[in-house]
Write a protein that binds this ligand. Structure first.
Ligand SMILES: Cc1cc2nc3c(=O)[nH]c(=O)nc-3n(C[C@H](O)[C@H](O)[C@H](O)COP(=O)(O)OP(=O)(O)OC[C@H]3O[C@@H](n4cnc5c(N)ncnc54)[C@H](O)[C@@H]3O)c2cc1C
Length: 518
């Protein structure tokens, strides 16, 4: 090393040392530390704070000001999603959208508020959750979507469904008045403000404007931009959490820890913290509800970007009573220009011509109730490694779903079907649908997306097969609870938010009843 190199390296070292000195170590105490502020974490925090416990919420992302939500995609993807919206399975085949920020994925989700059929909950052996569902629905302001709020995209899909004589329903949602402002629902809702400031409710009713303000009003303390890095356990009992803040480190001592960081980050943190994993079930049982997009090009203007993107869906092919392990939903789908551009096939001139039809596209998502299970592990840097390979029966089901979606779109008046293959194969008649069957579902040949990761810290009473008990408490670590989509024993098949929230309320009651926080 020459003289100037050694001078510059000692300058760097002293800069690092002074940076370290400026990094503060903050210490906190609480009865319960909740990691994650999404569909599960927000509910647990509010319930425990209202029961008089001292609660700290850690949230890795920012505390959004909804009035700053806009339509500039690169910025919103960076602000609202993990990995800038590009989180993927290890083979790159499935993009997994997961929210990051106060309110978690409920900030950008599309507000279908669906209770699963009781038969599924019975199969999971969970206690009766009907009163939990009712309370959650009330707090989130769940109502039936009214006819004037069914936008043209959903109306066209319904028209096709009626021609096919399939079963479809206008759903309920957790959303106040939607003025169809043309902003991208997927990037949050600029109108949603705390229900405490606006009891009449406008816009999307995410956890950020419902449960979180209630938790704070009851005394909970929220740290945003604060990533939990390690859960501490002593004598098989959770005793606290270490987290990283922009200003330094935060150490929290608590009597209980609730892991609600979502179905990818919760097992990641468990494994990174080297918590017990004797049966090797932590991170296994990953379900994704993988979805394939099927677009229809219409002569009429659809303008799917205006109004509520999803108000209706078709459940003709999902019967959780008769066929508990298979099926799919057909959901209207719409994306921002960037997302639609990424989903459309072809390149150059061909792709440009399709994009020029943006306002004339109505699309369906085939959302698979998947039997496939994957696994979340951690790589050498502690980042999540998501392995998931569709089994053959699930691929067949997605092909069948895509063909049915295309048939519906033709029935509604589509003149061409576009599929998100790498190449553009024009599908102009029902006979051309054979292309979909022949091409099949080949990873990285067709774009697949997931918005509902679940199942990675599975609940159940058998400690050999499950990670946590039905109370949400770990089989191996006392005082460590899970309260997010990781709990699901199987794929749920329907939009999961209400179930996550109802289960989280149940877990909160179990924490109180357990007496662990006295
Ligand atoms: C595009 C899209 C549309 C959707 N539409 C619907 C719908 O219409 N209806 C429906 O029911 N569901 C919908 N969902 C799914 C639903 O939003 C999620 O299933 C649900 O929010 C998951 O809840 P969760 O508590 O498991 O995780 P999340 O809500 O994702 O919350 C987890 C939180 O933990 C934080 N976190 C992660 N790691 C750490 C850490 N180490 N330290 C601190 N914080 C951490 C994350 O930043 C995040 O805020 C949609 C999802 C997407 C992506």
């Amino acid at each position: 090393m020459n003289n100037s190199q050694s001078q510059s390296s000692s300058a760097t070292n002293s800069a690092r040392a002074s940076q370290r000195q400026n990094q503060q170590l903050q210490q906190e105490h609480a009865d319960v530390c909740v990691i994650g502020s999404g569909a599960g974490g927000a509910v647990v925090a509010k319930e425990l704070a209202e029961a008089g416990l001292s609660v700290i919420i850690l949230e890795a992302g920012e505390n959004h000001d909804p009035t700053t939500f806009g339509s500039y995609e690169p910025e919103m993807l960076r602000r609202l999603f993990w990995d800038n919206g590009l989180r993927r399975t290890r083979d790159g085949a499935i993009v997994i959208s997961q929210g990051r920020g106060v309110g978690g994925s409920t900030v950008h989700n599309l507000c279908y508020a669906v209770r699963p059929p009781q038969v599924l909950l019975d199969r999971w052996s969970v206690p009766d959750l009907s009163s939990n569902f009712a309370r959650v629905e009330q707090t989130l302001g769940v109502t039936q979507i009214q006819e004037p709020d069914v936008n043209r995209l959903n109306a066209v899909i319904r028209r096709g469904c009626e021609v096919m004589k399939w079963r479809g329903v206008v759903q309920r949602h957790n959303r106040g008045a939607c003025p169809a402002c043309g902003s991208q629902c997927l990037f949050g809702c600029p109108l949603s403000i705390s229900t405490q400031d606006n009891p009449t409710r406008n816009g999307k009713q995410s956890m950020a404007v419902t449960y979180i303000p209630l938790a704070l009003a009851a005394g909970a303390r929220l740290y945003s931009n604060c990533t939990a890095e390690k859960i501490h356990v002593e004598k098989q009992r959770a005793i606290g959490v270490s987290a990283r803040l922009p200003s330094g480190k935060l150490d929290i001592q608590s009597k209980a820890v609730v892991l609600a960081a979502g179905a990818i980050n919760s097992p990641q943190l468990w494994l990174k913290s080297r918590l017990p994993n004797l049966n090797r079930r932590v991170g296994s049982n990953l379900h994704l509800h993988p979805a394939v997009f099927v677009g229809g090009i219409f002569n009429e203007t659809i303008d799917g970007h205006l109004g509520i993107p999803q108000s209706y869906y078709i459940d003709e092919f999902l019967d959780l009573e008769q066929s508990p392990n298979k099926g799919y939903l057909l959901m209207p789908a719409f994306g921002s220009q960037m997302i639609v551009a990424a989903s459309l096939p072809g390149f150059g001139e061909d792709h440009r011509e399709l994009m020029e039809r943006y306002r004339h596209i109505a699309a369906l998502l085939v959302l698979l109730h998947d039997r496939t299970t994957g696994r979340v592990s951690v790589n050498y840097r502690g980042a999540p490694n998501i392995a998931y390979r569709l089994r053959r029966s699930d691929k067949r089901m997605l092909v069948e779903g895509a063909i049915n979606a295309a048939r519906l779109l033709f029935a509604a008046g589509a003149t061409e079907i576009v599929m998100p293959y790498t190449q553009h194969f024009p599908i102009k008649t029902e006979v051309d649908l054979e292309i979909i069957r022949r091409r099949g579902i080949v990873p990285n040949d067709i774009m697949l997306a997931s918005s509902h990761p679940q199942g990675t810290l599975r609940m159940g009473e058998n400690p050999n097969r499950n990670v946590v008990k039905l109370s949400g408490e770990s089989h191996a670590v006392k005082g460590l609870f899970v309260a997010d989509a990781s709990l699901f024993p199987t794929s749920i098949g329907v939009p999961p938010t209400l179930t996550i929230a109802a289960l989280a309320e149940h877990v909160a009651s179990q924490i109180i009843e357990s007496g662990i926080v006295q």
